[in-house]
Design a protein around this ligand. Sequence first.
Ligand SMILES: Nc1nc2c(ncn2[C@@H]2O[C@H](COP(=O)(O)OP(=O)(O)OP(=O)(O)O)[C@@H](O)[C@H]2O)c(=O)[nH]1
Length: 540
Amino acid sequence: MWRRQQTLLRRLPPLRAMAQAPSSWAADRLGCYYGSAPEGRKGKTAPLQARGMVDKFRMRAKGGDGGNGCVSLRRSRSSRLGMPDGGNGGKGGDVILECSRSIWDFSGLQHHMRGGRGGNGVSKNQIGTRGSDKIAQVPVGTVIHLVEGEQPSLTVNKPTRSLDPWDIPGTAEQSSDSDQIDNAVTKGFDVGFSHRHIDPKHNTDGNEAVKGSNSQLENSKYLHTYTYSKPQFSSTDCDVRIYSCKEGTDEKDQTESEDEEFWEDEDEFDMDKEDDEEEDAREEQDVQYCVAEMTKPGQRLIVARGGEGGLGNAFIMKEMRPSKANKQEKIARLSTGQPGTESFLILELKSIADVGLVGLPNAGKSTLLSALSRAQPEIADYEFTTLRPNIGSLTYEDYFSVKVADIPGLIKGAHENRGLGHAFLRHIERTKVIAYVLDLAATLNGRKGVPPWEQLQDLVSELEHYQEGMTRRPSLIVANKIDEEGAEEMYEELKRRVQGIPIFPVCAILQEGVPDLRVGLRNLMDDSDPQGINFEKNDC
Ligand SMILES: Nc1nc2c(ncn2[C@@H]2O[C@H](COP(=O)(O)OP(=O)(O)OP(=O)(O)O)[C@@H](O)[C@H]2O)c(=O)[nH]1
């Protein structure tokens, strides 16, 4: 026993390492580090930031396939030949992105998302179950680029409450359109075969056109009667995958092989850096940029739709009355569930922070963020410690809360992709306030840095290169490292050269001057007519 415990204990370290590997691997592979190699590293390597923010993400989504309709005959004494009583297949589940305030980045997402398959119809007119929806939560500020597939469409948050069995059927007409359709469905099935055809003009969910074959077209015309999403079909001449609906084993095999096809693409997210770059270049050509943007918590977007279920023979015989000649063939065609749509997306996060900290590498931005908020970013005395953005929340006594974004350091020429380039500036594109963090000690004690006023000039010029007019938004300067010897004189010189913008002397490491800075940020947030930087007035 004792020996067995010892063996297990000896095995523990590798097991722990294995458990940690995926997170660091994911942070490394999937993070937002797209710029060229950092210049200022000078031989030192920054530790891998496993907790860094994942702000760019590739995703492949596939709606669940519709279930097949059932072919069944109910024999009784009154009808020896049998009455068709096969139910319709259920609709496949959708893949939905939901905007949530409690999510910060894409680190919790899966690269492949697939809606559940609709259940097959059953005898006694029982319809198949609806495939389960796959819902992925994304942060506020998610921008969606479409590489392949159909345009995503907005969906209304439907109440989870199921239909009250005691609802009077006639009252359904007064409810919203989607409810109306749902209720109509229930009614249709309640009365056995009396399916109602709902006029396509009731369609309110803005579905895009979907391609389908003749059979699908025919099929879906009737499917409208019991589903609330009604695709409008635009083309009838493309290939369709037709499944055998009678042989259960074949159907299973087919679904499995399709599954493999879908999941085997996992490798596409596991490529070498070179392949990654090639792929990026190829993708860039066909990407439809910014097809949707999620800015409000609770917003839902369907990125892949579930396929419609196939028709049961009860419905086909009743509503479509196929001629004897091609009856079997037609039933087989119509009872096949339709495949779900597929899309390939790139999700990008444009954080919606209130304050953006910009500064040269090593200016002390991360230290300042940790002094202002409870965020714990990586801090070290070499450049480019921060490789991914960090966001902290600054809360005031009256519970007013301000989000502060710390982005990797900018250097002169970042617009030519030097350092980490402009890749992270999208995170401060939407901030209300910009805080320029300047290092007062950059040239002191024999350091070969840049004086604070030149740092400011470089930062302003990089921001303007990224987006014209960006520096006109409310701004303040944080003169950091005031504790260093000679920093006071630098601060006085900075005040003399840069005017018309509030300057806060701060020692982030000792949290000196931080309370005043908090007040200054609050004033800028509240101020209705604050000023940005005007270089013409200044002597930088
Ligand atoms: N003396 C002094 N040192 C500071 C102060 N604030 C930060 N530092 C030091 O400056 C170095 C860089 O700090 P960081 O917060 O990592 O700087 P950063 O701007 O986030 O750097 P990057 O991640 O490269 O962009 C660290 O060694 C800090 O300890 C300060 O107020 N006084």
